[in-house]
Design a protein. Sequence first.
Length: 292
Amino acid sequence: MTTSHHVSSHHPHRVLVTGSTGKTGRRVAVALTAQGVPVRATSRRAADPRDRFDWHDRDSWLSALSGVDAVYLSYQPDLAVPGAAEAVGAFAALAAEHGVGRVVLLSGRGEPGAADSESALLAELPSATVLRCSWFDQNFTEGALRDVVREGVLSLPAPAWRREPFVDADDIAAGAVVALTDPSWAGTVVELTGPAAPTLAEVCVLLEQASGHPVTYLPAEPAEFRAALVAQGLPGAEAAFLSGLFAEVLDGRNSATTDGVARLLGRPARSFAEFARDAARAGAWATEGARR
């Protein structure tokens, strides 16, 4: 498969972007619009019912699919949760009924539950593309880890020497746009990682160098991690799910890098060090007083 023609002239007429307020969905919608592709940007809490998409409300699926021929699909909160595979399979069947030709699914690496969802999708839509992604760089700026740098401690249920090839959400979104607009990616599963896999301790060093704030790594037992999530306000069941999932995907199974970003985009993946430097320059971890 080549990348020389990765922006095809066979653009879809309209793309449904689910989770359009999320880290990748927002970027996919912006990038498609910049290419002149009409987008239906949906989210669970959209004010306009025509822009609402809720995985627990199948009526919203039907209205969201009206008039679209491609879909960027992301599942909340995670494809590993019970019931996700059934929901993805049912949505895929509905999309197939409505003649949707292209679906790109955001998936996670090393998650058996996510693999079940991928299988459910591909059983109904063999032409779908799966983007199986590592942890996002943007978890440190837009997600659960955004306060880590300012507070100075990263604590996860994994040893300090565990490697994780964090991937940039901009690279994921750019890859999704290619998969949505270039038919040659139909029916493929592509794993997306950053270009290197720093240890969790090295990630802290990179964050510290970029931000100027001391950042240390503190490994946590799963039970400790779960208790910390509950203390932050997460419901017990969600905290238990996340602590188990994090311990699972950080057991070393995902440490290897891939060339998926380079194959999709024809350029190297963005490094975590570059992400951290740019985030610091943009004031991601500045104190409120410094932002004014």
